[in-house]
Design a protein around this ligand. Structure first.
Ligand code: ATP
Ligand code: MG
Length: 421
């Protein structure tokens, strides 16, 4: 047997996935975001330049496609979508800012598969390109907070931090390195991070490192005047909108392009991989990938698999909401009634009725199947019905039956539907 590729999964029931996408789309439309789509394939360069060569994603997790002989292009499967959206903004010469867009789809990272962590997973990426105000950050975070509330996810924590501007970051890296120089017992990986991506030390899972970093300096204590004011404003306005948050000084986010506001939504219900949405401000990214000017921007990525884990216990509520349409199952008793069944099904579908036809098995097994499918009515066509041009309509919950003329079936069923509303 050929099995699926490690770290990928088959979705055999898309109900939850679709409900999640539907409510996200509705929520975002309500907040004036438009849906776009970018390719799954991008130039490797895009992510090397935007995320940073020394980030875990670029250095270890990229799915790179071997170049063909005639081309030296280095192409990869996208590991995230923010950089793609920023590229689309630049490449399509978008002038209308702020550009408020979202998209969703698969992303690929060569990671060790485990619960909530796959090599092919799905993100919803939401971006506002060309907006610099802290108030925009606050509105964006509040919008996400409200989205999770509409999904009935309540067991989560919003963690925030402020990484300052580029100058603050350069200064702070100095301060942090000085602190690290004075420590002993730091793991090898962190010593490496210290050279290339020192802020990432805070993500280290090593217990000894974590103990040491409890005393590490906080970047918010090393902000310039202007950034300090913005950081204060961010906290004040989140409280103004009654958004509950915790300040987490070690929250740095993995990718190089973030500055100023960063945030993550986490839930204990998820276990080790507890972040289901992460984002922040990226003021330099757009220029980095080729635009003439910087575009102050903010965005977030939602992990669909992790959201689905959170929504799993609520699945039944969504299913009921999603399957209001009654199902009609047509049962032609022998092959001779197949033509009639096909025509009736087509007629009913034209009127928006949800229809299935059972073409195989004994009459008894077809009835069993209709029950299993949750049919509201079974439409039975036997030899007699075929001769008289009618069907027997059986109400599956009441058990009652009536013979209905073929041309009156749609009217009859529509009437039944309107009575049951
Ligand atoms: P983590 O710390 O879990 O590795 P990350 O910082 O690498 O996350 P981001 O790049 O911020 O993740 O991606 C945004 C969201 O996408 C994450 O919060 C998570 O919900 C989801 N995500 C990231 N990587 C994976 C993966 N391999 N499998 C499933 N979901 C993922
Ligand atoms: Mg990761």
């Amino acid at each position: 047997m050929i099995s699926r590729v490690k770290g990928t999964q088959d979705f055999l029931d898309m109900t939850l996935f679709n409900v999640l996408i539907k409510s996200t789309k509705e929520h975002l439309a309500f907040h004036n975001f438009i849906e776009i789509q970018t390719p799954l394939l991008e130039h490797l360069d895009l992510f090397q330049r935007s995320l940073g060569e020394h980030t875990e994603v670029v250095s270890k997790e990229m799915f790179i496609i071997e170049p063909r002989q005639e081309s030296s292009e280095r192409i990869c499967l996208r590991p995230e979508i923010t950089a793609s959206i920023a590229r689309a903004f630049v490449e399509n010469g978008i002038q209308n800012i702020p550009w408020k867009v979202f998209t969703y789809g698969p992303c690929f990272r060569y990671e060790r598969p485990q619960k909530g962590r796959y090599r092919q997973f799905h993100q919803i990426s939401i971006e506002v390109i060309g907006a610099s105000s802290v108030s925009q950050d606050v509105q964006f975070i509040a919008m996400l907070n409200a989205l999770f509330a509409t999904m009935c996810i309540d067991d989560f924590v919003l963690a925030i931090n402020f990484l300052g501007c580029s100058d603050d970051r350069v200064n702070f890296i100095h301060v942090l390195k000085k602190f690290l120089d004075a420590q002993s017992g730091i793991c090898r990986q962190c010593l490496e991070r210290k050279e290339h991506n020192v802020m990432r030390i805070f993500d280290c899972k090593n217990v000894d490192c974590q103990t040491i970093y409890k005393d590490a300096p906080h970047i918010v204590d090393h902000l310039c005047e202007c950034c300090m004011q913005e950081w204060q404003q961010l906290q004040r306005q989140l409280s103004l909108l009654s958004v509950t948050y915790v300040y987490q000084p070690t929250l740095v986010r993995g990718l190089d392009y973030y500055n100023k506001t960063v945030f993550e939504f986490m839930s204990n219900a998820l276990g080790a991989q507890n972040t289901f949405c992460g984002g922040g401000r990226y003021n330099k990214l757009v220029k980095e990938i080729g635009a003439k000017e910087d575009q102050p921007s903010i965005g977030a990525a939602l992990g669909i698999e992790r959201l689905m884990l959170l929504l799993e216990p609520l699945k039944e509520t969504f299913v009921v909401e999603d399957e209001i349409d009654p199902l009609y199952v047509i049962i032609p008793m022998t092959n001779a009634q197949h033509d009639m069944a096909l025509c009736i099904a087509q007629d009913m579908q034209k009127y928006g009725l949800c229809v299935d036809v059972l073409f195989e098995g004994s009459v008894k097994s077809m009835f069993r199947k209709a029950n299993k499918l949750g049919a509201a009515f079974a439409l039975i066509i036997g030899e007699d019905e075929q001769r008289d041009d009618c069907v027997v309509v059986k109400d599956m919950s009441a058990g009652s039956e009536q013979k209905i003329k073929k041309e009156e079936i749609v009217d009859f069923l529509l009437q039944q539907e309107s009575c049951s509303i």
